[in-house]
Design a protein around this ligand. Structure first.
Ligand code: ADP
Length: 241
């Protein structure tokens, strides 16, 4: 039988910056093949949680688990090699390189030989449907293409988890709809666990099976679309006191 794929979890994670808690006691689970949403007002702690899950921020207390392995002190690079990939709000592509090289460099960084990394890059670009961008310099890309290249780069090396930090920011409704179809495909066809952080709550509720709502560093609600829409706590968080 096929062993169950490990989940990525936080257990009672608190992150304090000089006495201020950006996160307090946050427990969450991201399973293989599912799309999980993370929403909450500005300053709620969403980016801090992504940073914790990807090794950019160590928890002050609590645990980060990849399966049964405690990974809270691992570096971003170590976690990337273990299959936890992310995108950033601003693309962070290598401006001087074309799109194919941006992906290939990442593949080499993950330990693949140059030729294999280029082959993998072409496969990923094909799969997303942006192979035609291969020779474009990253610097001049339109915004939505830059976003999609960022996702393509995160898919290099067949990650198990993909954390998307506001991927739809600045997109039109049609572009956001295309993005949500890509996200659904990443989970269903590649079996990747996707964590989607978004201001566009409609997008999140449309594509996510389970949604966590953060406010002032705490999980104030979680559940499916129906539960989130029915929640008074969520309404209060967004509308303010
Ligand atoms: P969100 O992504 O939900 O907007 P963040 O995770 O960026 O929220 O920030 C949560 C809170 O933690 C904010 O009040 C922010 O100012 C604070 N914060 C984030 N990073 C740091 C840091 N490195 N040092 C001090 N405070 C921080």
């Amino acid at each position: 039988s096929i062993p169950p794929q490990p989940a990525l979890e936080t257990r009672n994670v608190t992150v304090s910056f000089g006495g201020f808690n950006a996160l307090t006691d946050v427990t969450m689970t991201l399973s293989a093949g599912s799309v999980v949403g993370l929403i909450g007002p500005n300053g709620a702690g969403k980016t801090t949680l992504v940073n914790v899950l990807t090794g950019f921020q160590s928890p002050s207390s609590g645990e980060v688990l990849l399966g049964t392995e405690a990974v809270g002190a691992y570096s971003p690079f170590a976690l990337r090699r273990l299959g936890i990939a992310r995108t950033f709000q601003a693309g962070r592509l290598f401006a001087g390189l074309d799109v194919l090289d941006n992906l290939a460099v990442t593949g080499v960084g993950l330990g693949h030989r140059r030729r294999a990394a280029e082959d993998m890059a072409r496969q990923v670009l094909d799969w997303i449907g942006i192979r035609h961008l291969s020779d474009q310099p990253a610097a001049g890309l339109p915004y939505t293409d830059e976003r999609r290249v960022g996702i393509a780069r995160a898919l290099m090396g067949q990650p198990q988890f993909l954390l998307l930090d506001e991927p739809a920011a600045g997109m039109s409704e049609i572009e956001a709809e295309e993005l949500s179809q890509l996200i659904a495909r990443i989970a269903s066809d590649l079996g990747i666990g996707v964590l989607l952080i978004e201001h566009n709550v409609g997008l999140v509720l449309g594509v996510c099976e389970h949604v966590y709502v953060l406010d002032a560093g705490q999980v104030i609600e979680q559940g499916d679309r129906t539960a989130i829409l029915a929640s008074q706590a969520v309404r209060d968080a967004y509308l303010g006191p």
